[in-house]
Ligand binder design. Structure first.
Ligand code: AMP
Ligand code: ZN
Length: 112
């Protein structure tokens, strides 16, 4: 989508600090980190949110989780939290599917 912030990051039109990239997805550090380690994993194709995952695109969501496991291992992170906000009330500010990966501090539950 031409006016989507994360599609622009995928195309290189907006810079990002990449952690990992392959043909299907991209991982980059969050610009406003909420933990010592905070990166985002996104599909390269535009999917609006977790709520838009279907049988046709779920393989890429599964791939994102493979990438999360791989990148956390590479960073030496064993304890981490994965968050995907879906919809404004849940805190989603960028309408392109993304998984936050947060680590390096104690986490509380329930989340705010
Ligand atoms: P959410 O609010 O769950 O939709 O998450 C969107 C995330 O994108 C927020 O944590 C923002 O800090 C992050 N973000 C926004 N713009 C950028 C950017 N240009 N580079 C990296 N992260 C960004
Ligand atoms: Zn997009």
């Amino acid at each position: 989508m031409s006016d989507c912030l994360f599609c622009k990051i995928v195309k290189g039109e907006i810079p990002s600090k990449k952690v990992y990239e392959d043909d299907q997805c991209l991982a980059f550090y969050d610009i406003d980190p909420q933990a010592p380690v905070h990166f985002l994993v996104i599909p390269k194709t535009h999917i609006a949110s977790c709520g838009a995952i279907t049988a046709d695109n779920s393989a890429i969501a599964a791939h994102c989780f493979e990438v999360i496991a791989k990148v956390t291992k590479e960073l030496g992170v064993t304890d981490f939290r994965v968050v995907s906000n879906c919809g404004e009330q849940a805190g989603q500010s960028v309408p392109h599917l993304h998984f936050h990966v947060l680590a390096g501090r104690d986490m509380t539950w329930p989340p705010g």
